[in-house]
Design a protein around this ligand. Structure first.
Ligand SMILES: Cc1cc2nc3c(=O)[nH]c(=O)nc-3n(C[C@H](O)[C@H](O)[C@H](O)COP(=O)(O)OP(=O)(O)OC[C@H]3O[C@@H](n4cnc5c(N)ncnc54)[C@H](O)[C@@H]3O)c2cc1C
Length: 498
């Protein structure tokens, strides 16, 4: 087939939530603006993917990617409303199970506060409030402007938690939480990046809880991929080309030429890059991208949650934990081993034995799906790309500052809820305004100019009572007692002969 050549005003690369939000905002401001979205995959939605599966009553929809939202995330909530999508609360009532600490005891609890020894509760409260306090010193628009930036950027989240936390159970709890949130080991995350992430979300409570006004408050009825599908309807299907991976972007004179792997050429006045940093690194740019951008994308690999890459052997020994099914006394798996074949085909092998095997073999699953985001083309990892130690000095300029006619969107470039769907919307809207400011300045309001300047809005610090607030109520008495004991011990030590 002959290669095509097309001329438009704006090319947006990537049809995830961020790229499509940028297209939607541009078309909303000026329906005559010629905008074309180029997407590598044969589907829209990027890191959101909703699948239909058989269910007890026929079939239903489940999300394999981004799914939770909350009222503390103003941009995504407003977009959901504009698109007519409804949310429903995450179910959190009833017993919860916690398996942490060396003894691997399973504790159950039903409040918002994990069952931990009192010393652990105090430890957890200390870390949460210390983190919130430190995050207040970090401006997500320019994290490296913080006076302690260089020091915090040398440290990793692992060394921070290791040095500040006394109890093994709380270390385990935080590691489990952070691994899930970032998809990498804590030793791979710069402390300054982590604090930037907390600052962009407002506070730790917003990030980690599933209660009112937090990030895991609601799910989207019918699935999160609908956000992108609805946006496509608004900007019109002809303006979104699927299966069109971009390989090269050349800026020359007044225009930009975008070339796809298929050899198709698109000439335009402006480009919005709405792909994860690792995918920017796979494209060729002429002239090359600024050094800050090259440096930050090299140090922002996509996360991977899987066993060998995460430094794990794959080996698990468990008593099965608690069962979700009333007819089984415990969870299904006893021992898991790495079962990678001699041809290096990765696999895990799990054993069910004894009562576990007797009870679980009677069970039939209706359908099973999983998705390893590491191997998903044009993502290569999830949920977010993290910055390792020593690279944050390039962060703000490298990820967000326009390079002549190229503008940057994508959740990683957001200043409010970066890494989340909210961040994708905020960054897409900001990039759209930047483009509009140059192409249609008459359509940009004074309030929009503030947004382009990257000002921070949307969260109110300390909404509701935080987990740390609740923990402090429970542990205050003990905290005071401990403080006295520690001070006394310190005093005693300093008095003792060396
Ligand atoms: C398992 C998982 C759970 C998550 N949970 C949550 C959650 O509960 N709540 C939440 O808010 N967020 C969550 N997230 C994160 C959220 O999904 C993302 O922040 C958001 O979807 C990112 O949107 P984006 O548009 O910035 O990037 P993406 O969704 O990654 O979109 C980028 C698009 O660019 C395309 N692309 C890449 N390279 C090229 C190229 N060369 N040419 C053309 N196109 C290209 C990609 O195919 C992709 O479609 C989760 C993510 C995952 C994977």
């Amino acid at each position: 087939m002959e290669n095509q050549s097309r001329e438009v005003e704006v090319v947006i690369i990537g049809a995830g939530i961020s790229g499509l939000t940028a297209a939607y905002r541009l078309k909303k401001k000026d329906p005559h603006l010629d905008v074309l979205v180029l997407e590598a995959k044969e589907r829209v939605g990027g890191r959101t993917l909703t699948v239909e599966m058989k269910s007890a009553d026929g079939s239903d929809h489940w999300d394999l990617g981004g799914q939770w939202v909350g009222r503390c995330q103003p941009q995504i909530m407003a977009l959901l409303e504009e698109l007519g999508l409804e949310v429903y609360p995450q179910y959190i009532r009833g017993l919860k199970f916690l398996q942490v600490g060396r003894l691997s005891n399973i504790a159950s609890y039903s409040s918002d506060i994990p069952t931990l020894p009192l010393m652990g509760l105090y430890d957890l409260h200390r870390l949460l409030s210390m983190t919130d306090k430190m995050a207040l010193e970090v401006n997500p628009n320019d994290p490296f402007s913080c006076p302690k930036a260089a020091r915090w950027d040398c440290e990793t989240l692992e060394t921070f938690i290791d040095s500040k936390i006394w109890t093994e159970a709380v270390k385990d709890l935080l590691r489990a939480c952070m691994r899930t949130m970032f998809g990498v080991e804590l030793s791979q995350i710069s402390l300054l990046y982590f604090l930037t992430y907390v600052a962009s979300a407002g506070n730790m409570k917003n990030l980690i809880e599933a209660t009112e006004n937090t990030a895991q408050e609601y799910k989207i009825k019918g699935g999160a991929q609908q956000i992108s599908e609805k946006l496509v309807k608004h900007i019109s299907k002809e303006n979104v080309l699927l299966g069109e991976p971009v390989s090269m972007v050349t800026q020359a004179g007044d225009s930009v030429e975008v070339i796809s792997k298929k050899g198709n050429k698109y000439r335009c006045k402006k480009v919005i890059l709405a792909v994860p940093p690792s995918q920017i690194g796979r494209m060729e740019f002429n002239p090359t991208l600024p050094v800050e951008t090259r440096e930050i994308i090299k140090r922002m690999p996509p996360s991977n949650a899987f066993w060998r890459v995460a430094g794990s052997s794959g080996e698990v020994v468990s008593n099965g934990g608690a069962s979700m099914l009333p007819s089984c006394d415990m969870g299904p798996l006893g021992v898991v081993y790495d079962a990678t074949s001699s041809n290096a085909q990765p696999a895990l092998l799990g054993f069910m034995g004894g009562l576990q095997a007797v009870q679980w073999q009677k069970m039939e699953y209706i359908e099973y799906r999983d998705l390893v985001w590491d191997t998903e083309p044009y993502n290569e990892g999830a949920p977010v790309s993290c910055v390792g130690p020593g690279a944050m000095r390039f962060y703000a300029k490298g990820l967000r500052e326009p390079f002549d006619k190229i503008h940057f969107a994508g959740t990683e470039s957001a200043t409010i809820w970066c890494g989340f769907m909210n961040g994708a919307v905020q960054a897409g809207s900001r990039a759209a305004l930047e483009v509009l400011y140059d192409l249609r300045p008459q359509l940009v309001a004074a309030s929009d100019i503030q947004v382009i300047g990257g000002h921070r809005s949307g969260h109110k610090q300390g909404q509701g009572q935080s987990l740390s607030g609740k923990v402090v109520k429970w542990s205050l008495g003990l905290g005071i007692a401990l403080a006295v004991i520690f001070t006394a011990r310190k005093f005693y030590n300093s008095m003792s002969p060396a």
